[in-house]
Design a protein around this ligand. Structure first.
Ligand code: ZN
Length: 128
């Protein structure tokens, strides 16, 4: 079976952006895709309703890791309420590929993790 990866996926897979940790991050969120073995941890710093800084660590297939890298670039400085509106279509556009039902889980894992992180930040914010 041959997988077709777009140039942009290969580029981010080989040279991930924002890879690493943020010490004392506001939110650290981890998620995984057991079907493929992908793991993603996002470190998020917030400034009111904006993501001030984001870094990630992870392991797994090229699609999941490239999607995390690309997403980290897109969401930095963005409003959290715009980010939670992102969906599958935007991720496919970002990756320049159309993915089957198995691969789409890899591509969506970083977005899912990021949204969980944002929701837990929103939850914290309104609790205190
Ligand atoms: Zn995967």
């Amino acid at each position: 079976m041959k997988e077709i990866y777009s140039e942009i996926i290969l580029d981010h897979w080989k040279n991930p952006r924002n890879k690493g940790r943020i010490e004392n991050a506001d939110i650290v969120i981890e998620d995984s895709n057991p079907l493929c073995g992908d793991k993603i941890t996002f470190y998020l710093d917030f400034e009111k309703e904006t993501i001030r800084d984001v870094k990630f660590e992870g392991s797994g297939c090229a699609i999941s890791q490239a999607a995390a890298s690309m997403l980290s670039e897109i969401v930095k400085g963005k409003n959290i309420y715009d980010i939670v509106k992102l969906e599958k279509d935007e991720i496919e556009k970002m990756l320049h590929v159309s993915l089957g039902p198995n691969r789409i889980k890899c591509a969506l894992l970083p977005l899912k993790a990021l949204k969980l992180g944002i929701y837990s930040y929103i939850g914290k914010k309104y609790k205190t």
